[in-house]
Design a protein around this ligand. Structure first.
Ligand code: P6P
Length: 281
């Protein structure tokens, strides 16, 4: 089954990517299409994963946050598009904080609407290497080691929110969003570490919400629709939570361009509903 194979490719590459990080903490001399300085680790992980997806039966396109355009990797005319953030949170490599790989599996070429996602997941390089996969209506976590992966069981969002983390600088937040966060911080504990996959994994384990809002200077926010926002929204919604761009589920979005950004919020439904009530729509 192609979706199985896609996550096998990502899991098989994970130990090699993790082992290759120590000597690739430096900045490359390049920027990605989103204008962000790339680390050697970003480029290396992207090249490695793109190569691994060459000629995977059922996969036609490889898209990445680090590449301007989508790459043709398979002969099937109507195969899946694999969309990756090869090393999400790569700036954490220098500070030895968690980072990882985000995976989206779309059943049509990009740009594509959120509801064309058929599976999603992420690899998290933390104290251990784990992979979370959302497909067929359930979310499961795996321990990833050099000799393969071990199923650690289902992932379900806890009923009660405990942690929160919102990106961007406070002076850049809108007044409405800041007022919403002031209410949230009365009840929840701050957990924000600069890598979406790690912060969202805390939400999946403890309950709560993660987000990166639209900013005064950048109303679209920072996170990329295809490579971060929609795949992680798919995981959290499949685990029993909710997502929003401030007014609707991220799975309802319909981006016009490959590297489009969107305000992004995921977590317990109660928090996401309070957010949407707080923001002007
Ligand atoms: P900031 C990593 O660069 C990323 O794309 C997400 O993984 C993360 O949530 C966010 O940006 C962190 O952004 O502005 O806090 O460094």
């Amino acid at each position: 089954m192609t979706v199985d194979r896609i996550f096998d490719v990502v899991a098989d590459a994970a130990p090699e990517i993790r082992a290759g990080l120590p000597e690739r903490r430096a900045k490359a001399e390049t920027e990605n299409v989103s204008g962000e300085t790339q680390l050697e680790a970003d480029l290396w992980a992207d090249d490695l994963l793109c190569e691994r997806f060459e000629d995977v039966a059922g996969v036609t396109w490889y898209a990445s946050e680090e590449r301007d355009e989508v790459e043709r990797v398979g002969d099937d005319e109507d195969g899946y598009t694999v969309a990756l953030d090869p090393l999400d949170g790569s700036s954490n490599v220098k500070s030895n904080n968690p980072c990882g790989t985000v995976v989206g599996v779309y059943d049509e070429p990009l740009p594509a609407p959120g509801d064309s996602l058929v599976a999603a997941g992420f690899v998290l390089y933390g104290p251990t290497t784990t992979m979370v996969v959302a497909r067929d209506g359930e979310v499961r976590e795996y321990l990833v080691e050099a000799d393969g992966r071990t199923d650690l069981g289902p992932v379900e969002l806890p009923d009660d929110p405990v942690v929160y983390g919102f990106g961007g600088r406070v002076p850049e937040w809108t007044d409405e969003f800041e007022a919403f966060v002031r209410d949230v911080e009365e009840d929840l504990k701050l957990r924000y570490g600069g890598a979406m996959i790690a912060d969202v994994n805390q939400v999946l384990v403890y309950g709560g919400a993660f987000g990166y809002p639209g900013l005064q200077s950048r109303p679209g926010g920072k996170l990329r629709v295809h490579f971060e926002s929609v795949p992680m929204a798919y995981v959290v919604e499949t685990a029993g939570g909710a997502s929003s761009d401030g007014s609707k589920s991220l799975l309802e979005c319909d981006p016009d361009s490959l590297h489009e950004r969107t305000p992004t919020f995921v977590g317990n439904e109660s928090v996401i509903e309070a957010l949407e009530d707080a923001l002007p729509n």
